[in-house]
Write a protein that binds this ligand. Structure first.
Ligand code: HEM
Length: 424
């Protein structure tokens, strides 16, 4: 598609969205051009309309926990790239997009073949072996904040931890972390679809840079084999060059853009719930359930989508779904389904089923990095509040400019300065 047609289609798409938004179509309300401060009241409005809510934009919206879970596990549905607004693919000549070209957006059997190459690196055992390293990285970044009374919690802590960990796994040097942050933000924002040609240009430039960067890393690994993630993909020998680029890019982007927001959302949740925050500091055995409740109540990824595959087998709430129909699964809303989670809007660290949330999806695409994210979140949050017991918001919180990705982009905080020697 030419850029002129792409630009026209973006404009038409925005006009259609605007028109349907005026008519309060629930799908158009969800796809908003401005950042949403609090999407949860909207999810409740959609829930009140029924378990399956049709949008004039063509998709069906689902907030019901059981239905979301069932669709995610049903082989009659496949992944749905650019699904929300039926936008054309903005990619040009030979670019590899770590999101739409990776196994995140492939259906079985291709999906399993590619996932299988890297999944051994994310087993519980492999994660256990990483724990000490994550603790050391977290302590080091906290040490670097010693003596400071104000800092940006995201830029100077929450983003640094997962970037360091995933870059270590992929053999990416520290000097490159800053570029990663920029690439990650551009890619994460692209999940919502393109809002302007300026965004398309920035996204293309990012893909070019990222592709070139990863191609260099792959070439280095070919010259000097080692046993990190890229080394393992090369040793497996089954992946085409584009799959190598897409998988490495997916791990990089998925590995930090989400976990940064888990830590950021977790900090906001602890500041809003001082008793839980105290428990996080005092009782190490409570950390894991507190993290699950953060993941349930304020997920870094708010929704995903699936599409009814050819074959006529897809059903939803007992009714057949036509091939190609897109289902938007509002997993962040499903996490607050009162039929599954009692008093669903309350932060309850003793909730027995908190771990059943759909924040990491369900079925074959269940997040490969869930164990790593949980561990990073738990270690980072506990160490942060132990180190800075009086941490508080110190300025205006700016949120991620995305609808699908939720978390603070800048979170200025204040603490009472302590020096490493004074820290027990
Ligand atoms: C709190 C942090 C995280 C959240 C909320 C999260 C969320 C998700 C979700 C919702 C999906 C599935 C999307 C769908 O079904 O359409 C997914 C897939 C994936 N995630 Fe995560 N993720 C997180 C951290 C990580 C980390 C640390 C990694 C590390 C490498 C990672 C790697 C992946 C990969 C490779 C997939 C694709 C799985 C597949 O398609 O089979 N994620 N993640």
């Amino acid at each position: 598609m030419s850029d002129r047609r792409l630009a026209t289609s973006i404009l038409v798409g925005k006009a259609v969205l605007g028109a349907f938004r005026l008519r309060r179509d629930p799908g158009a309300m969800l796809i908003r051009p401005f950042q949403s401060i609090d999407p949860y009241p909207l999810y409740e409005r959609i829930r009140a309309l029924g378990k399956v809510v049709p949008s004039k934009l063509g998709m069906l919206l689902v907030t019901d926990y059981e239905l979301c879970n069932a669709v995610l596990r049903d082989p009659a549905y496949g992944v749905a790239p650019n699904a929300e607004v039926g936008q054309p693919d903005p990619k040009v000549g030979g670019m590899v997009d770590p999101l739409s070209d990776s196994f995140l957006f492939r259906d079985p059997p291709d999906h399993g073949r590619l996932r299988h190459v890297v999944s051994p690196l994310f087993t519980p055992r492999a994660m256990h072996d990483r724990r000490a390293r994550i603790e050391a990285v977290v302590d080091d970044f906290l040490d670097q904040l010693a003596g400071r009374e104000e800092f940006d919690l995201v830029g100077e802590f929450a983003a640094r931890v997962p970037i360091k960990i995933i870059c270590d796994l992929l053999g990416v040097p520290d000097a490159e972390h800053r570029r990663m942050i920029h690439w990650g933000t551009v890619l994460a924002t692209s999940i919502d679809g393109m809002g302007s040609m300026a965004q398309v240009r920035e996204w293309r430039a990012t893909l070019r840079e990222l592709n070139a960067f990863l191609a260099e890393r792959i070439a280095e690994h070919r010259a000097e084999p080692n046993d990190d993630v890229i080394g393992r993909m090369l040793a497996d020998g089954s992946m085409a060059e584009d799959d190598l680029l897409a998988t490495a890019g997916l791990l990089l982007a998925a590995g930090f853009e989400t976990t940064v927001n888990l830590i950021g959302n977790g900090v906001l949740a602890m500041l809003a719930n001082p008793a839980v925050r105290q428990r996080l500091v005092d009782d190490p055995s409570a950390t894991d359930t507190i993290v699950e409740e953060i993941l349930r109540l304020d997920p870094p990824i708010q929704y995903t989508a699936r599409m009814a595959l050819p074959g006529g087998q897809a059903r939803l709430a007992g009714r057949p779904v036509p091939t190609g129909r897109v289902i938007v699964l509002l997993t962040a809303a499903a996490n607050r389904d009162p039929a599954v989670f009692g008093d669903p809007h309350r932060f309850d660290p003793d909730r027995p089923n908190a771990r059943e949330h759909l924040t990491f999806s369900s079925g074959v695409h269940y997040c490969l990095g869930a164990g790593l994210a949980r561990m990073e979140g738990a270690i980072a949050l506990r160490a942060l509040f132990r180190r800075f017991p009086d941490l508080r918001v110190g300025g205006t919180v700016r949120r991620h400019p995305s609808r699908a990705v939720r978390g603070p982009l800048h979170l200025p905080v204040r603490v009472t300065a302590r020096h490493p020697a004074a820290i027990g």
